[in-house]
Design a binder for this molecule. Structure first.
Ligand SMILES: Nc1ncnc2c1ncn2[C@@H]1O[C@H](COP(=O)(O)OP(=O)(O)OP(=O)(O)O)[C@@H](O)[C@H]1O
Ligand SMILES: [Mg+2]
Length: 262
């Protein structure tokens, strides 16, 4: 069914596409600016500068998947310790540990052993960085949880392990292709340094089906946040920058408002 939002206040008719194939993020305002949700089994890059809210945004997609849409999830933590992730998002009222105990969520610790710290986690990628080993962990976690959504946080940490951009491109393509074969709709976060920078190594956005840019920018004495659907293969989407807030309940996007950058 093709459905339009006629005359919405961001002045564009966003085709809602085939609703059945859309994976709703449930993030307030986001599904409205990307044609009704993400396309099933595809991988999206969530890029932005430090503190923009990439991790929170992507975990909200995983958390909502479980509690609102009955789609289990898995998270690969390549840098932040899983216990910190659990603690940080508990401030939004999201109890990840309870979901793990119910077998609905798996968090793979892909950082501790690489920096020589022991891990108490159930899912640990123990070998020195190797994409095959990480993919094996993802397959195990997906089999145990029957996950439909995945988060790789972050692709940048993987890139630094691999170092060479052409190799990063091939390895991330392997990863996104595997996520697709496993039937996972996924987000990969990407840390950028400069405003308007789409990806860190200049290749990540080419191996993902879409790119969402989060921007935390300073104007005069105050910082504000904006989100842009930069690319979404196979879908219409808003071409504007929309403001968003990080509230006590998570990310809230304002689809009917625009941000003007100087
Ligand atoms: N409970 C909360 N209420 C409001 N804002 C919060 C809350 N918790 C965190 N934040 C905001 O979220 C920001 C961190 O978001 P997040 O960790 O998702 O950023 P990130 O883009 O992943 O950063 P990095 O690149 O460093 O990993 C904090 O700096 C803070 O501004
Ligand atoms: Mg982060």
């Amino acid at each position: 069914m093709i459905d339009n939002i006629p005359g919405n206040s961001f002045g564009e008719n966003i085709s809602m596409g085939d609703e059945a194939n859309r994976v709703k993020t449930g993030i307030e305002g986001f599904d409205d600016i990307c044609g009704g949700g993400m396309l099933r089994d595809r991988t999206y890059l969530v890029s932005g500068n430090s503190g923009a809210g990439k991790t929170n945004f992507a975990i909200q997609f995983i958390y909502n998947g479980i509690v609102k849409y009955n789609e289990n999830g898995l998270i690969v933590a390549t840098e932040e310790k899983p216990e910190h992730i659990r603690e940080n998002v508990a401030t939004f009222g999201w109890d990840l540990e309870a979901l793990e105990d119910e077998g609905k969520l798996a968090i793979i610790d892909a950082s501790s052993t690489k920096i020589g710290i022991p891990s108490q986690e159930k899912f640990v990628d123990v070998r020195p960085f190797d994409m095959r080993s990480m993919i094996d962990q993802i397959i195990t976690a997906q089999e145990e949880t029957n996950a439909k959504r995945a988060l790789i946080d972050s692709s940048t940490a993987l890139g630094f392990q691999i170092q060479d951009p052409p190799k990063i491109r091939v390895e991330l393509l392997k990863l996104s292709a595997t996520l697709e074969i496993l039937g996972l709709t996924s987000m990969m976060t990407c840390e950028t340094l400069y405003e308007n920078e789409v990806s860190r190594f200049g290749v990540e956005n080419f191996v993902t089906e879409g790119t969402i840019m989060l921007n935390y920018h300073r104007q005069d004495n105050v910082r504000s946040r904006s989100i842009e659907v930069y690319k979404m293969r196979g879908s219409d989407h808003s071409k504007k920058l929309h403001p968003y807030d990080i509230t006590s309940e998570g990310i809230v996007i304002h689809p009917n408002e625009e941000v003007y950058m100087l």
